[in-house]
Design a protein around this ligand. Structure first.
Ligand SMILES: N[C@@H](CCC(=O)N[C@@H](CS)C(=O)NCC(=O)O)C(=O)O
Length: 230
């Protein structure tokens, strides 16, 4: 099957179906895929998928991402030259790293990076996402303080973990890797949530220098707004 035969193409047509197609929105999870694509320099086409139900719950998008979440990709040149379709940002990062041999070290370093990637996927991202909901968005109307306190506590605990991992090193797995592309955009999200004071950000000495190092990378700067919000 080619990309043009896929249902997603009916709503988000590929201009050049011979290159990788990205379906995303520039949130912390979406940015992981676009920053990675900018880092590795693979040609790709980006499609904006706004987060409303008419887009993420459309039959066309669900045909590619049944979990109704961005980011997702189709690579027409997957294993064996066959197209590969992926959702879940962590899976996309591993796939692109293995395809290009970039940003995932060999040997023991590989598992160090995957360990921190899994930590972000299962911990930092979901907990900070809930913190944003209960502190800045609709959940802030809830009077019961327990949900917010729960996620503030988890956020502080997780920030302390990554702050410790960064003691004496620039990047969580030693060298710059997909683990940093997964973690740093979530740390940046605390600005958007206006929650830095709430989680005691200034008490974690290694975090702001880490986010600044990340933000200084040209691929992070270009990839952070792809696809551009219309
Ligand atoms: N575990 C998923 C989470 C992706 C995710 O939460 N995406 C959000 C935006 S950051 C989304 O698409 N939300 C749309 C919705 O839930 O309707 C991943 O890392 O790819």
């Amino acid at each position: 099957m080619s990309i043009t035969d896929m249902k997603i193409n009916d709503k988000w047509p590929a201009k050049d179906p011979s290159i990788l197609q990205l379906y995303s929105f520039p949130t912390p999870n979406g940015k992981k895929a676009s920053i990675m694509l900018e880092e590795i320099g693979l040609p790709y086409e980006a499609h904006l998928v706004p987060l409303g139900d008419e887009y993420v719950r459309s039959p066309e998008f669900l045909s590619l991402s049944p979990n109704n979440k961005i980011p997702a990709i189709i690579d027409p040149d997957g294993p064996g030259g066959q197209p590969v379709a992926l959702f879940e940002s962590g899976a996309i990062l591993i796939y692109l790293a293995e395809k290009t041999g970039k940003l995932l070290p060999e040997g023991a370093g590989k598992y160090e990076a995957i360990k921190w990637l899994m930590w972000q996927m299962g911990g930092l991202g979901p907990m900070l996402g809930q913190l944003g909901f209960f502190y800045k968005f609709a959940g802030k109307e809830i009077e019961d303080p327990r949900p917010r306190d729960r996620f503030v506590g988890e956020a502080k605990r997780l920030l302390n973990v990554v702050n410790g991992a960064l003691e004496g090193r620039d990047w969580v797995a030693g060298e710059y890797s997909i683990a940093d592309i997964a973690i740093a955009p979530w740390l940046q999200a605390l600005d958007f949530y206006e929650a830095k004071d709430l989680v005691g950000w200034d008490g974690f000495a290694n975090l702001q220098p880490y986010v600044d190092r990340f933000a200084a990378r040209p691929a992070v700067q270009s990839g952070s707004n792809i696809p551009a919000r219309s």
